[in-house]
Design a protein around this ligand. Structure first.
Ligand SMILES: NC(=O)C1=CN([C@@H]2O[C@H](COP(=O)(O)OP(=O)(O)OC[C@H]3O[C@@H](n4cnc5c(N)ncnc54)[C@H](OP(=O)(O)O)[C@@H]3O)[C@@H](O)[C@H]2O)C=CC1
Ligand SMILES: Nc1nc2c(c(=O)[nH]1)N=C([C@H](O)[C@@H](O)CO)CN2
Length: 236
């Protein structure tokens, strides 16, 4: 008798890319567990579709470890873990140290601890994946988001280490997006400038990240790889 499919965890899936991927995974028949920090319309919609929604703040180790315990109380197995939760902040004078701590915690400490403590949930004998959502900006760094880019570069390195450490039972890969979806407060001048930075010059929307996630989940022979989804920014 076939077992019911194991859930896929997506962190920070209350809005935008994470929410889109959670909705699409539900469309494709996967049970979904999400973490969210603030209650949002998207969280309520996922709940109404049967997703398990767990409140979590990854700003420090205590919040991350508390989430892990809550997660284990809600499932004894996972098909995949998608580390999507993220903050995109530039340096604010006088708050540099706090910003760096926050960037490190959400982009590196959370994936590190959740992977170490969550690996047992993925070791069920079937297909198992970890996907880190990084940023194409790690190719060159960022003069305006220094701590953000550094923490995303650290996440890229975690992809390589965990891929080596968890093989062959668990595949570990990354996705490195560049402009996917503007924020509501991005003005026309910013949008024009951002679009001009890539060869394809478009704002593609979240589906291109779901397509990349689908590829990584479905391909049994890809691990330690970081998929660039950047419209050809490296060509400009
Ligand atoms: N959007 C884009 O164009 C690009 C996105 N990316 C990457 O893709 C991923 C998704 O991007 P996007 O959808 O724009 O992401 P968002 O900026 O919408 O952030 C996703 C979620 O992360 C949650 N989050 C932030 N900080 C914490 C924290 N300390 N603890 C727990 N949750 C937290 C937020 O929760 P809350 O609801 O409380 O705000 C938010 O809903 C991110 O990793 C991002 O870095 C990379 C390049 C381009
Ligand atoms: N957590 C987030 N990370 C990033 C975002 C975002 O909205 N939230 N946006 C970007 C930009 O789109 C950038 O790629 C182009 O200006 C980068 N990371």
């Amino acid at each position: 008798m076939s077992q019911s499919p194991l859930p896929i965890l997506i962190t920070g899936a209350g809005q935008r890319i994470g929410l889109h991927c959670a909705e699409r995974l539900l469309d494709d028949g996967h049970p979904v567990i999400i973490s969210y920090r603030r209650e949002r319309e998207g969280v309520a919609h996922l709940r109404s579709r049967g997703a398990i929604t767990l409140a979590a703040d990854f700003a420090d180790a205590t919040g991350i470890l508390t989430f892990i315990e809550t997660l284990k109380a809600h499932t004894d197995g996972l098909r995949a873990i998608v580390h999507n939760a993220s903050e995109w902040h530039s340096e604010t004078p006088g708050q540099e140290a706090e910003l760096f701590q926050r960037m490190f915690s959400v982009h590196m400490l959370a994936p590190y601890l959740i992977n170490l403590h969550g690996a047992a949930l993925l070791r069920h004998g079937g297909a198992a994946d970890i996907v880190h959502i990084g940023d194409d900006v790690t190719r060159r760094g960022s003069s305006k988001h220094i701590a953000y880019a550094a923490s995303k570069a650290g996440l890229d390195n975690l992809t390589l280490s965990f891929a080596a450490s968890l093989a062959p039972q668990i595949k570990v890969n990354g996705i490195a997006p560049a402009l996917i979806q503007f924020n509501p407060d991005d003005d026309e001048a910013y949008r024009r400038k951002a679009l001009a930075k890539s060869a394809l010059g478009i704002e593609p929307g979240a589906e291109v990240i779901y397509q990349s996630l689908r590829y990584l989940l479905d391909n049994p022979y890809v691990t330690g790889t970081i998929l660039t989804v950047n419209g050809g920014r490296h060509l400009i």
